[in-house]
Write a protein that binds this ligand. Sequence first.
Ligand code: SF4
Length: 296
Amino acid sequence: MMSVLATSSEGTRDVATAPFLRLTSLWIQITGTWCNLECTHCLNASGPGTPWLRPLAPAVARRAIAEGERLGVKEIYFTGGEPFLHREILPLLEASLAAAPTTVLTNGTLMTEALADRLAALAEAARYSFEIRVSLDEVDPVLNDRVRGAGAWAKAVAALRLLDARGLLPIVTATEILGAEAGAGGIYARFREFLRGIGIERPRVKIMPVFAAGRLDGRETERLTEAALEGFDRSLLQCAQTRVVAEGGVYACPILAGLPGARLSGESIEASFRPASLYHPACVTCHRTGMTCGNY
Ligand code: SF4
C-alpha cells in the first residue's frame, strides 16, 4: 500500500491522501462564493454578501482553460456561487467550448429568453458539447424554497423550460437535503415524473449527497482514517482526476475550493498534480457514497 503520511497545510498531522492519476475534469470557480441565493445547505456557503472566496479575474480563467487544454483535460466545469453573475461568463464559456466539453452549473434564477438564446447559439457553434446544470432540491415549490429561498423554485423551473425549448436538455441537480420531509418515492423517480409533467421529454437528473462543508460545516467531525481506507482504491475518489482553479490557487476538488487544507499550488494546474489531503469531513461522504461532482 502507498504511504499515506502527509502534512496538511492546516498543521502538521498524519492524514490520508489520494493519489493524482490524470486531469480528467477541470473546475473553474468563476464567481467564487458570490451568489444571488443563500441556500441552507450550500457546500461553500455562497451568498449575496461579500464573498469569502472572490470571483476569478477573466484572465486567470482564460489561462486555466488554456493550461487545461494543453494538459489534455477531458471536461471543464464552471461553478460558483452563481456563474451567470460573472460579467465575462459568456465569452469564457465560448473559450472553454473551443478547448473541451463544457458544463455550467447554475441556480437558474437569472435565466431569461435572451440569455437562453445566447446559450443555445454557443452550443450550436461549439466544437465540443455544452451542458447546463440547474439546481433544484425538490419538486414541491414550498419545500424547495425552504432550502433555496423564496421564489427560487419558480425561476429554476422557468429556466428549465427555456433551456429545454431550445434543445439544450438541462440536467437538474438535486441534493438529498430534505430527506424524509420530501415526497414519497425515490428522489430520482419524483424528479423524472415532475420533469415529464412540465413537458421535458428527456429528463436528466443528477443527485448529490449533502456535505458537512460550507453552511453545514461542523455537522460531522468524522475524518477518514487509514483503517477506513484499508483495501479501498483511492484512485476512485474524484480528487484523483479533478482539480479546481479558484481565487488563490488550484485546489483538490470543487467541494473544498478555497480551503487552505485543499490548496495544492498557485496558479499552475500542472504544479497541483500531486496527492491531495483527505483531511476534511466531506472526504468521508465521498468515500461513503462514491460520488463525483461531475455530470455522470
Ligand atoms: S472532498 Fe472528496 S473529492 Fe474532495 S478531497 Fe475529499 S475525497 Fe477528494
